[in-house]
Design a protein around this ligand. Structure first.
Ligand SMILES: C[S@@+](CC[C@H](N)C(=O)[O-])C[C@H]1O[C@@H](n2cnc3c(N)ncnc32)[C@H](O)[C@@H]1O
Length: 310
């Protein structure tokens, strides 16, 4: 079955889960099952729980994974609430490959691409908030906030002002109108389309992408799944910063004030170890064959076995 999405860092992801033998594996961003298919093939005793918010992706993966029979359970939902609702120690590994899939980006009716004739951007078409609502109803202050915080756009205020002016003339109904506006207002940055960061910001808002990552990390922190391997792939600094900081915090054994003269906390607070001292990035061959891999960073954390936890 030809998947409409090439999994990034596939070899590196498989390597990170190499020690797994049996138990349940969670793929929080199943997509087109590129990673999950390879994992199920490589680990014949693993059971998969595959989660995605996107019905189209789940329908595709249901067929793609059919040959694995009852080794596969698929759930439509967001990974943060599905994982938070799981019993502790029900899984031995978890993967999340954040962001949107190539199919979501390429399909014009989803409204993620610059040429789309719609303005939607929802990964889960059941959710109430669409890009159309954000663009046509958010206040100047709210638009500036999302452009600055989620797009890290230097000219956030200028862009918000231009958007408000444009929409007072006529509603903005298509992603194409939006990207044309960004081209007019924002300076070009090399080969990068000026609308790139604006679209990223709106997409993050519509899908609460950063809130989802924080909530997933919170759920894992509360759960401390014994011995579980957690591999997370991020695509921009807002995502990567969150993962990096939380993994560092989890690995810390001493939680005393850094200025304290001696340790008084017992030095037993580590939840496990960071398996990737530096983020793992794509090799030149993959960079050539899959442009999405350019910004991908993989970080892995391994939780302690619970009998070893204090
Ligand atoms: C980059 S793709 C994953 C591709 C997948 N690893 C593969 O090999 O085909 C990300 C997928 O995660 C889904 N997704 C993103 N955020 C999600 C969330 N918070 N909860 C559930 N699914 C999410 C998207 O709908 C998309 O299908």
């Amino acid at each position: 079955m030809n998947a409409p999405h090439l999994p990034v860092l596939l070899e590196e992801v498989l390597r990170s889960f190499q020690p797994l033998d049996h138990g349940t594996f969670v793929d929080g961003t199943l997509g087109y099952a590129g990673h999950s298919h390879a994992l199920l093939e490589q680990h014949p005793h693993l059971h998969l729980i595959g989660i995605d918010r996107d019905e189209e992706a789940l329908d595709f993966s249901r067929k793609r994974l059919a040959a694995f029979g009852d080794r596969v359970t698929l759930i439509r939902g967001d990974f943060a609430s599905v994982v938070a609702g799981m019993e502790p120690d029900t899984f031995v590994g978890l993967l999340a490959d954040f962001g949107v899939s190539s199919l979501q980006l390429d399909k014009r009716d989803r409204g993620f691409s610059f040429e789309s004739e719609t303005l939607d951007m929802r990964m889960d078409t059941r959710s109430a908030l669409t890009a159309h609502t954000v663009v046509n109803t958010y206040s100047q202050a709210e638009l500036t906030r999302i452009f600055a915080d989620y797009g890290e756009i230097r000219h956030a205020t200028r862009l918000a002002d231009a958007l408000i002016t444009e929409r007072t003339r006529h509603p903005i109904d298509t992603a194409r109108q939006l990207s044309t506006l960004a081209k007019k207002v924002l300076p070009a940055r090399g080969k990068i389309h000026p609308a790139t960061l604006m679209f990223q910001a709106i997409r993050i808002e519509v899908n609460d992408e950063l809130g989802q990552i924080d909530a997933l990390l919170d759920a894992l922190e509360a759960m401390r799944p014994s011995g579980a391997i957690i591999s997370l792939i991020t695509f921009h600094s807002l995502e990567d910063r969150r993962v990096k900081q939380r993994f560092r915090q989890w690995a810390q054994s001493c939680i005393c004030d850094p200025h304290a003269l001696r340790c008084t906390c017992g030095n037993t607070h580590s939840l496990g170890t960071i398996a990737t001292r530096k983020p793992v990035v794509a090799q030149p061959e993959e960079l050539q064959s899959n442009p999405r891999s350019r910004s991908a960073k993989l970080r892995t954390f391994v939780f302690k076995e619970s009998h070893a936890q204090t």
